[in-house]
Design a protein around this ligand. Structure first.
Ligand SMILES: *[C@@H]1O[C@H](CO)[C@@H](O)[C@H](O)[C@H]1NC(C)=O
Ligand SMILES: *[C@@H]1O[C@H](CO)[C@@H](O)[C@H](O)[C@H]1NC(C)=O
Ligand SMILES: *[C@@H]1O[C@H](CO)[C@@H](O)[C@H](O)[C@H]1NC(C)=O
Ligand SMILES: *[C@@H]1O[C@H](CO)[C@@H](O)[C@H](O)[C@H]1NC(C)=O
Ligand SMILES: *[C@@H]1O[C@H](CO)[C@@H](O)[C@H](O)[C@H]1NC(C)=O
Length: 909
């Protein structure tokens, strides 16, 4: 049975536990006590999962008030067990249940008033009762928040069962989740949460305590003791040890209230003792998992009046370890507890044996046994979670929003994205409530989502004023208010942020403040943007037809304009009505433009561009956050109806590809090439190591490396880049997703990625991904397709690096520098991801190449014939996933990844 009693086996001499415990007979005994006892259920949440929403009742046997489970979940179907009316002795809660044929995971969310940091006993009840006439109980998993708790598995139709755990909640919310594992429809009958005393079960510091058994002799009718004999409503199951008997006293047994785990006097007032006084008490069990640790509590009190010639003394052995001797004190509880058992052994035996001098047999009044369960995952920050629950209930959001908003990651709420961090609770950074039928004013809870960076409220029926607090959300970068019925102008604070470029704000025409900003052009642009500043495609080749005629910006000067939004008519005037085309790309046309005296490039996205809003939004977020001298910067954007455009810094010298492979362009010398390589590496280094979270570019190639007037290189086209989740992230599929053409033809790229990610060197993935452009590059050679990497390898076998260097350099380079560069390139394609250098190392190595080259120019001592042998051991480089950056280092040698190079053949023959 899933309560795991099954796993506890009787020792050979004695039957210790039975497989099932008789929940059915929840003692009549209670009825009498009930009236007298105080009734404090303030620390209780008692839920009957099968009754009509809103209904409540007081259980006749226990006096506990139950409420309907439907108040805590918004899915599920209510059912009755078969022949519910014919059961006499079953608790009311167990006659009904809720089943969950829909959704993989369904969660009850409970919020004890005492909140986080307390110890709670959580118990879930399951009574299948053949409610669906299938004669077959299902099997499914039960989670506590993001953490696995236990598997429900029962073979008998009419046995109710439960699982119970003692758990310190690190959040105000407790989620009990049922997860369908494909073996039947999950269901649940009741959930009970009990606040425990502060000093009880302190071993929860070691883990949560999953109950295996709690046993006493408390009454002879073999019923289970619970509330309100036990004010914490622990269930004390009857003693099942065979060859034992119970001795009792009507007296009260004292328990020191400062003592942990005070057991009720009624429980302590009876004791288990062997029928034959010379025998031992013995209990055995074996662990489900070899590594399980246990926690055991043993309660002792002398309940007999001993004569002067009588003694009771016994030894307690646990797998042979002697924990005694013990002489129980008269009418006073002694707890031998907190015994953590974590020796790994296939079975455990507890043996209680009288000592030589003892005249009386051993006793034990009660015993608890738990397995320690680790529940390490963090739930969403409570303030964020509270805000989300408030939003969910105010707007009656109908999405399947259940359990914790962020954790586990695979069940994060639809439209919600979070940041994850090993040491902090997940935070909500993204919320898309677009077209969710929201009515009324903007919910105040949003003000509590203090880490949010993207908020999409578009296309709802929101009314009232747009509140100022939105402007106080420090990290908010994208806010979409379009398609609602707000009244009044937008708060000035929001508009200011938007004008400064720190917020991409979208709102309907007419909402923009009438007040005109005098600083910039931004008039009443109703539209401006938000999610699409796709940085993507600078792919569009920023070809300058005549670079001299445009080269008016000062070399090296940075654009000083602030990012902002532009209307379409402004874009028209910036580009002088789209006069000069700089290039044509997959996603649109790039025009030359001018803002005041500064040149810019304006890409107008074609209407047919198929980039998803999601990617655009991601790129926008990235762009807004990246500032580096080797990364192109965003100047502004336009999003007016169908007109979507991105304004970039103007790069006078176009892209690197033009300079390396365009026949017409002048030849870059070796030093310039190295400098460009180093610049690009610096940019990548920043993305990998300077950004939080790290960003992988995923598309590093020559035409994404743009050059300023002074030939300073900057990375462009972040269309495929992604912020890399925190280390250990498992979003492999997301990472791989890209333009299919860029994916490695070798399917095991996925394997590789998985490997690099799990081996905590995630940034190396950028090499793999960016190199993918090289991978698919196959060069025609001797009628065979040959990979650049393989070709280079062949050439280097002769030990002469000159073979691989662009002949257009006419040998004008330092041979050591070239060797070093080729080493970098080769290292980057090592087929063991671990062995590939990270970007910091690449930067160092390229710096050395450059230093060597420069030094040699000074001394004018170029060694044109030098042959240095390096041990490449790279014969199967062909099978490596090339790193992108190496792909690109190769191109410094004039090796083009995209077309066969005539000289390759020439050199070979
Ligand atoms: C039993 O009692 C005798 C006499 O009081 C004492 O000498 C002896 O040490 C005791 N044995 C044990 C095991 O305690
Ligand atoms: C987690 O967040 C804390 C505080 O924001 C930060 O100091 C820490 O570096 C983060 N850890 C990781 C692994 O990102
Ligand atoms: C807004 O409300 C109107 C009626 O009040 C309804 O017809 C329309 O569908 C709602 N729009 C949205 C986006 O929920
Ligand atoms: C927002 O946070 C404040 C302060 O912690 C709290 O009082 C308020 O109830 C929260 N509002 C919501 C909707 O979560
Ligand atoms: C929000 O979701 C809508 C509908 O799925 C989508 O069109 C929109 O782009 C999303 N917004 C963001 C910021 O991703």
């Amino acid at each position: 049975m899933f309560r795991e009693l099954k796993r506890m086996r009787a020792s050979r001499e004695m039957k210790v536990f039975q497989d099932f415990f008789p929940v059915l007979v929840l003692g009549l005994l209670f009825t009498s006590i009930l009236i007298l006892a105080q009734d404090d259920q303030s620390g209780f949440i008692s839920i009957d999962c099968g009754i009509v929403k809103g209904s409540t009742y007081i259980d006749k046997v226990t006096g506990i008030s139950y409420v309907s489970g439907a108040n805590f979940i918004d899915s599920g179907e209510p059912h009755k067990i078969q022949d519910a009316d014919t059961w006499d002795e079953i608790s009311t809660q167990l006659t009904t249940l809720t089943s969950f044929p829909e959704n993989t995971r369904n969660c009850y969310t409970l919020k004890p008033t005492q909140g986080m940091g307390h110890r709670y006993l959580i118990r879930a009840w399951f009574m299948y009762g053949n409610y669906n006439s299938k004669d077959r109980p299902p099997e499914f998993d039960v989670y506590l928040g993001p953490d696995y708790w236990n598997t429900f598995k029962i073979s008998t139709i009419n046995y109710p069962g439960n699982m119970e755990i003692i758990y310190v909640s690190s959040s105000d919310y407790i989620h009990v989740c049922l997860v369908n594992t494909g073996r039947g429809t999950p269901f649940i009958s009741a959930i009970e949460i009990r606040l425990l005393g502060n000093s009880m079960y302190e071993e929860t510091t070691l883990g949560s305590l999953h109950l295996l058994d709690r046993m006493s002799c408390a009454n002879q009718s073999a019923t289970t003791i619970r509330y309100n004999t036990d004010k914490y409503d622990r269930l004390w199951y009857p003693n099942y040890m065979s060859d034992t008997t119970c001795i009792n006293t009507p007296d009260e047994i004292f328990s020191d209230p400062d003592f942990t785990n005070v057991a009720p006097s009624e429980v302590m007032a009876s004791a288990i003792t062997p029928i034959y006084p010379s025998h031992s008490l013995e209990l055995s069990w074996y662990p489900v998992n070899a590594t399980d640790s246990f926690c055991m509590y043993m309660y002792f009190a002398e309940i007999e009046n001993l004569e002067s010639n009588q003694t009771r003394e016994f030894q307690v052995y646990l797998n042979g370890d002697n924990l005694g001797p013990i002489t129980p004190s008269y009418h006073s509880t002694f707890l031998l507890g907190e015994i953590r058992i974590d020796t790994v052994t296939p079975n455990y035996t507890l043996r209680i044996t009288r000592t030589e001098n003892s005249t009386l047999p051993p006793i034990i009044n009660a015993l608890e046994l738990y397995t320690l369960k680790q529940m390490p995952q963090r739930q969403t920050d409570d303030r964020d979670a509270a805000a989300m629950w408030s939003i969910k209930s105010t707007y009656r959001v109908t999405r399947h929003w259940q359990g914790d908003p962020c954790a586990p990651q695979e069940f994060a709420w639809e439209g919600v994205r979070c940041s994850y961090n090993d040491t902090e609770s997940p935070r909500i950074i993204f919320l898309n409530l677009s077209a969710s039928g929201l009515n009324g004013e903007i919910n105040l809870g949003l003000a509590n989502l203090t880490m949010i960076n993207t908020l999409d409220l578009s296309n709802n029926n929101l009314t009232g004023k747009v509140p100022k607090f939105l402007a106080a959300l420090t990290y908010l970068k994208v806010l979409n208010l379009k398609g609602n019925h707000f009244t009044g102008p937008l708060p000035v604070e929001l508009l200011e942020k938007s004008n400064k470029g720190s917020l991409s704000l979208s709102y309907d025409d007419g909402m923009g403040a009438k007040e005109k900003s005098n600083k910039f052009i931004v008039p009443v642009i109703a539209t401006v943007v938000s999610f699409f500043m796709i940085l993507t495609a600078l792919t569009a080749i920023w070809i300058i037809k005549n670079k001299k005629s445009h080269g008016k910006t000062k070399a090296g000067t940075e654009l000083e304009m602030r990012k902002q939004q532009y209307t379409y008519s402004e874009v028209q005037s910036i580009t002088e009505n789209f006069k000069v085309i700089l290039g044509e790309g997959g996603f649109g046309t790039v025009y030359h433009g001018r803002i005041h005296d500064t040149q810019v490039a304006v890409k107008i996205l074609s209407k047919l561009s198929h980039q998803g809003d999601k990617e655009f939004q991601a790129e926008a977020m990235l762009l807004l956050s990246i500032h580096h001298k080797n990364i192109t910067s965003l100047v502004g954007y336009c999003n007016e109806d169908d007109h979507k455009g991105i304004i970039y810094e103007y790069m006078a010298n176009g892209n690197l590809e033009m300079h390396l492979f365009d026949v017409s362009s002048s030849v870059l010398n070796w030093e310039e090439r190295l400098q460009i390589g180093l610049d690009a590496a610096h940019g990548l280094e920043y993305l990998h190591h300077g950004c939080k979270p790290p960003i992988i570019h995923r598309d590093v190639k020559c035409n994404n490396i743009l050059l300023t007037e002074a030939f300073q290189a900057k990375l462009a086209d972040f269309g495929l880049s992604r912020a890399f989740p925190a280390e250990g992230g498992t979003h492999i599929s997301t990472v791989v997703a890209g333009t299919p053409g860029y994916l490695d033809p070798e399917l095991w790229v996925v394997h590789y990625l998985a490997h690099s990610i799990t081996s905590s060197i995630p940034f190396r993935c950028d090499y793999i991904l960016s190199s993918s452009s090289l991978l698919k590059t196959i060069t025609k050679y001797d009628n065979e397709n040959i990979h650049i990497v393989k070709w280079v390898n062949l050439m280097l076998k002769d030990g002469n690096v000159k073979n691989v260097v662009d002949p257009r350099l006419l040998g004008d380079f330092n041979i050591n520098s070239a060797w070093k560069a080729v080493e970098v390139a080769i290292a980057c394609v090592d087929h063991t991801p671990r062995k590939r250098p990270n970007m910091i190392e690449v930067v160092m190595m390229l710096s050395e190449c450059l230093a060597i080259e420069r030094a040699s120019q000074e001394t004018n001592s170029k060694d044109l014939n030098g042959v240095i042998s390096i041990d490449l051991e790279c014969s199967d480089v062909f099978y490596c996933l090339d790193c992108l950056q190496q792909a690109f280092v190769f191109s410094l040698f004039g090796l083009n990844e995209s077309e066969p190079k005539p000289y390759i053949t020439r050199l070979r023959t």
